[in-house]
Design a protein around this ligand. Structure first.
Ligand SMILES: Cc1ncc(COP(=O)(O)O)c(C=O)c1O
Length: 360
């Protein structure tokens, strides 16, 4: 049996939606991107949603909109995909890496508090693997210190902190629609949610060459072309209509994995804190023999992943020593098992049986 780590959902509605755009002749700045923004706002509960060309450009737009740049520091976990950090770096801001909480893999909020200094302009928690960060503490901190709070929810569509969707917490929340994500657009795409209408207008202008709505010939500021193409938006609209059902299925698969693997004393299953709604973009176990288990599963046709093997602070272009013991230990131990709504019961059983059959 071959079990991929991920598989994208494509149905007749998706095919029809793509063909409609192809035949419409409207490939950018059309009605589908608007429709996706409206559906996104409705499902996430966010007052404003601004679509864009990727999760990476969502982050760039967010930092650009707040004018964060040279001389500024951003508090961010090192245990994340490098795109979390790239965005603000392009504007001259630098990361102040903090360690993670060992259980949830998200930002250690005590470390975040200690890391704040005169140069801190923003905190960027990453809701990694689909588990929310401790947003109450971070919101308090951001208000107290008068700094921005931007959530990286690239992996966390629909994740909730104490019942509130992560998309309504902080100043802005950035999403990715990369093909593996909880919701995708069959290509590159992103979204930013926020609660401030002026900020929403600014983000929309920045993604469209600095032109505010209605401006055609005059740019109000230097902007970008970070728009979401219509074909991608049309796929996103279909995908969003399945989001909640898919999250339920991801959660159900995680429950079964937890039940079936919990008895194995050589691995640790992921946790969901009682204040969290985990959406299980990834199901990440921890164990000493990570690479050997990955090889064992691979020999049985099962794909796994390591998200991520090299933490951001170890990238060769970052100078300086960082003291991040939990992050450095975690990256040696983590392994992502297949989890997605199209995973069959048979595949799930096969994976569980294969993990249980491993001798550490
Ligand atoms: C945590 C995190 N941040 C940012 C990104 C960037 O998103 P994209 O790949 O859509 O640019 C990703 C996704 O790949 C991600 O996982």
């Amino acid at each position: 049996m071959k079990v991929p780590l991920n598989r994208m959902f494509v149905d007749d509605d998706t095919r029809k939606a793509v063909l409609e755009v192809l035949e419409s002749g409207r490939y950018v700045k059309g009605p589908k991107a608007d429709e996706l923004e409206n559906i996104f706002s409705e499902l996430i509960g966010a007052p404003f949603s601004v679509s864009c060309s990727s999760g990476s450009t969502a982050l760039m737009l967010a930092f650009r909109a707040l004018g964060i740049g040279k001389g500024d520091e951003v508090i961010v976990p090192s245990h994340t995909f490098i795109a979390s950090i790239n965005g603000f770096q392009h504007f001259g801001a630098v990361p102040r890496f903090v360690d993670i909480d060992r259980e949830t893999f998200t930002m250690d909020v005590d470390a975040a508090r200690l890391a704040i200094n005169d140069r801190t302009a923003a905190i960027l928690p990453v809701h990694i693997y689909g588990h929310p960060a401790r947003m109450d503490v971070l919101e308090e901190l951001a208000v107290e210190k008068e700094i921005a709070l931007i959530g990286d929810a690239a992996q966390a569509h629909g994740a909730r902190f104490r019942g509130a969707d992560v998309g309504v917490l902080g100043d802005m929340t950035c999403y990715s629609f990369f093909p593996s994500k909880v919701v995708t657009v069959a290509g590159e795409g992103g979204m930013i949610t926020c609660g401030d209408p002026e900020l929403s207008d600014l983000l929309k202008a920045l993604r469209n060459h600095g032109r505010y709505e209605g401006e055609r010939d005059v740019s109000s500021m230097p902007g970008f072309n970070f728009r979401l193409p219509e074909i991608q938006a049309a796929v996103g609209v279909v995908q969003m209509s399945h989001m909640n059902k898919w999250i339920d299925r991801r959660r159900e698969i995680a429950r079964i994995y937890n039940e079936e693997l919990e008895g194995l004393d050589w691995l640790t299953t992921p946790v969901e804190m009682d204040w969290a709604r985990h959406v299980y973009y990834l199901y990440v176990i921890r164990l000493q023999d990570r690479d050997r288990l990955a090889e064992h599963l691979s020999s049985r046709g099962i794909s796994t992943g390591v998200h991520y093997r090299v933490p951001a602070h170890k990238m060769p272009y970052f100078k300086g020593a960082w003291d991040l013991p939990v992050t450095e230990r975690t990256v040696e131990e983590i392994l992502s098992l297949p989890i997605h709504p199209l995973l069959t019961e048979e595949e799930l059983k096969y994976i569980i049986g294969s993990v249980r059959g491993f001798r550490p």
